[in-house]
Design a protein around this ligand. Sequence first.
Ligand code: HEM
Length: 216
Amino acid sequence: MAVTGLILIAFLLVHMFGNLKMFIGPEAFNHYAEWLKGESEDGGILYPLVPKGWFIWIFRVVLLAAVVLHMYSAATLWKRALAANPSTYAAKRKLAQTYSARTMRWGGIILAGLLIFHLAQFTVHAALVAGPYGGSPYAMVIGEFGIWWMVIVYAIWMLAVCMHIRHGFWSAFATLGANTSATARAVLNGCAWAVALLLYIGFMIMPVAVLFGWIH
Ligand code: HEM
């Protein structure tokens, strides 16, 4: 859980950074999208180390493997927890846990569901609400986030994602042995909040800027 979770957080930091290219302009963002897919004139990312267009598929396989292993580990741990503590009592015992910690399982399922919508929208282009966009990734993003409720859907989704990360980041480092003292715990907690807030602001600033017409 810890290792795959940290791989996914690393991906999100890079994805967030890439999305901010929308602020530089259409050429920068469109070139970036083409470069990732090996469609740019320079042969794209990692060319000529790997043939044109291969990187994106290697990347997708690694990312998919991380997601599948992360969910598989979650299901295994969930089953074990149920076997260890079947709640057969009329009154449920309340554990001292944060809201993020209590919502890891269902929160994880909800955020995965929205991820399927996100991929259907921006990767497969089967769920584009604003309609055809003429082939430019920049125009596609401007079209989709020009819709006010789309920005709200993403704001809620990102809240689920960042709550999951706030607890997950902390939990991953605890698993890897970093939870050794009160100071270490305070540092870990601070880092977990910092990463979650950075991701929330870094991801949401662009859709909000599109909605308010600051970039168009
Ligand atoms: C406000 C938040 C987000 C925005 C605006 C956004 C935007 C985008 C866009 C525009 C693309 C397509 C890029 C292209 O045309 O090449 C994309 C792809 C993708 N996004 Fe996001 N994204 C957001 C959050 C997320 C989150 C939270 C996740 C994961 C949990 C995620 C996972 C992905 C994946 C896996 C791809 C596909 C990469 C591929 O083509 O293989 N995104 N996103």
